[in-house]
Design a protein. Structure first.
Length: 184
C-alpha cells in the first residue's frame, strides 16, 4: 500500500515538475514578448516624434506608423493568449498537484487517502496525511496549502503532531504527519 502511494506521489511530482517547467517556459516567452512590445512602443514614440518634426526625407510615413501599430497589436494579442495559457496551466497544476498555484507544497490530500497514523499528540492515533517536505517549504506554507484543499489544519497542529520537527530547519524529503482535524 505504501509502495503504491509512493509511486503515485512520484508520478504526481513528475507531473508537477513537467507543468512547472512548462509554466516557466511560458513566463519566459511572455517576458520576451513584453520586451518586444516595449521596444515597439518606443519605436512608435520615436516615429511620432519624427512625424512632429519638420519634414525631412527620412521621416516615417503614416503607412510605417500603421504597420508598426499593427505589429504592436499582434504582439499584444500573442501576449494575452500566452497569459491565458499560463493561467490554464497553473490551474491544471493546482488540480493535478492538489496545491495552491505558485506554492511547491502540494498537499497529499488529493492523492493519498486518509489513514490512521500514530502520533504523539494527546488522543493517540488520528487520521491525516503523510507529507514529504519539498525545497522551499515552510510549516505555515504546508498548512496553508492543505487548508486550500479543505483540510482545516493549523501550523500549531502540524507542530504538535510532529514534536521532533524543527520548523526553522526543514529537510527536503523529510516525512511529516499532517493531521486532519475534520476526519473521524
Amino acid at each position: 500500500m505504501a509502495g503504491v502511494a509512493r509511486g503515485q506521489d512520484a508520478a504526481t511530482q513528475q507531473q508537477i515538475d513537467k507543468l512547472s517547467g512548462q509554466i516557466q517556459d511560458l513566463l519566459e516567452a511572455q517576458a520576451a514578448q513584453t520586451k518586444r512590445l516595449e521596444t515597439l512602443e518606443k519605436e512608435i514614440g520615436d516615429l511620432r516624434d519624427k512625424l512632429n518634426q519638420p519634414a525631412v526625407s527620412d521621416s516615417a510615413s503614416a503607412d510605417d506608423l500603421k504597420k508598426l501599430a499593427q505589429q504592436v497589436q499582434e504582439i499584444d494579442r500573442k501576449r494575452q493568449t500566452d497569459n491565458e495559457l499560463i493561467l490554464k496551466t497553473i490551474e491544471k497544476l493546482g488540480k493535478a498537484g492538489g496545491g495552491s498555484p505558485g506554492h511547491k507544497a502540494a498537499p497529499a490530500a488529493s492523492t493519498t487517502p486518509s489513514t490512521d497514523t500514530p502520533s504523539s499528540t494527546p488522543g493517540g492515533n488520528q487520521k491525516g496525511y503523510e507529507y514529504a517536505v519539498a525545497a522551499g517549504d515552510t510549516v505555515s506554507g504546508i498548512a496553508r496549502a492543505y487548508r486550500a484543499q479543505g483540510v482545516k489544519v493549523t501550523t500549531e497542529q502540524i507542530l504538535a503532531a510532529n514534536p521532533r520537527l524543527d520548523p526553522k530547519n526543514l529537510i527536503v524529503g523529510q516525512k511529516i504527519f499532517i493531521p486532519d482535524p475534520n476526519a473521524k
